[in-house]
Write a new protein. Structure first.
Length: 222
C-alpha cells in the first residue's frame, strides 16, 4: 500500500509529505493525537520501526518526509487548533528522544505550538530559539518547519506577522500558514514585507534567513 501511494505522490508532483506523526500515544484522550488515532504507538521502539519502514520506501521514490510534532504532543490535553497548548507538565525525555533518534533518517521536522516553559517560558516551540538549537545540535542540516501559524495556539498569543518574524529569528526554515483567515495574496505580501524589514534591521535574523536558504537548497538538491 505504501509504495504505490508514495509513487503516486511523486507522479503528480508532490516531493514532500508532511508525515509521519511520531507523537507517542501518552494520553489516549489527547484531542489532536490519541483520541483521533494519529499515533503509531506509546512504545518508542515501535514508532521507530514504523518510521524506518516509511523512510526506506520514501527514499526509493525520492520523496521527502517530515517528523512531527516536535517535541511530542501525545500528552497534550487541548487541541492547538483551538487553544494555547502547554506541554510543560506532560513532556518527557522519552518523547523528545523519539525525534532525536529519528531525525538522522528524515530530513525535516515540524515544530508544534506547544509551550515548554522549562525551555523558553511562554513561547511556542515553533518560535523558540532554545527548541531550534536542540534540533540543530542533533541534525545541523535538518529543515525545520513551523506548524500552521494561523492555528489558535499561536493566534491567541500574537499576530501572524509577529509570529513569522519570531519564527525566522528563532531559526525556522519554513513558515506554514493556512491562509484561511484573510485574503491570501494580501496576507502573503504583508508577511513578506514584515520579514524583509526585520531582516534589514537585524543582522542576526538575516544570518538565520541566509542559513535557511542554504539548507532548503540542499534539501531540494538531495
Amino acid at each position: 500500500v505504501l509504495r504505490p501511494s508514495y509513487a503516486q505522490m511523486r507522479q503528480i508532483g508532490i516531493d514532500v509529505n508532511l508525515s509521519p506523526v511520531v507523537d507517542l500515544d501518552i494520553n489516549p484522550d489527547s484531542p489532536d493525537v490519541g483520541s483521533v488515532q494519529r499515533s503509531y504507538s506509546s512504545d518508542p521502539k515501535l514508532v521507530a520501526a514504523c518510521v524506518e519502514a516509511l523512510a526506506e520506501v520514501a527514499a526509493s521514490v525520492n520523496l521527502k518526509l517530515c517528523l512531527k510534532h516536535f517535541p511530542g504532543t501525545g500528552g497534550a490535553k487541548v487541541n492547538p487548533h483551538d487553544h494555547v497548548m502547554d506541554l510543560s507538565d506532560c513532556l518527557t525525555d522519552v518523547q523528545v528522544n523519539v525525534f532525536k533518534d529519528l531525525i538522522s533518517r528524515v530530513p525535516m521536522a515540524l515544530f508544534s505550538h506547544g509551550i515548554v516553559n522549562q525551555w523558553e517560558k511562554d513561547t511556542p516551540v515553533c518560535l523558540s530559539t532554545v527548541a531550534v538549537n536542540k534540533m540543530r545540535a542533533w541534525a545541523p542540516d535538518a529543515c525545520i518547519l513551523t506548524d500552521d501559524l494561523q492555528m489558535q495556539g499561536v493566534q491567541k498569543l500574537m499576530s501572524t506577522g509577529e509570529a513569522c518574524v519570531k519564527a525566522v529569528r528563532a531559526g525556522a526554515d519554513f513558515i506554514l500558514i493556512g491562509n484561511n483567515m484573510k485574503d491570501e495574496q494580501q496576507q502573503a505580501e504583508e508577511f513578506a514585507r514584515q520579514l524583509f524589514s526585520a531582516c534589514a534591521q537585524d543582522a542576526f535574523m538575516r544570518a538565520h534567513a541566509e542559513a535557511s536558504i542554504k539548507r532548503i537548497r540542499m534539501l531540494k538538491s538531495g
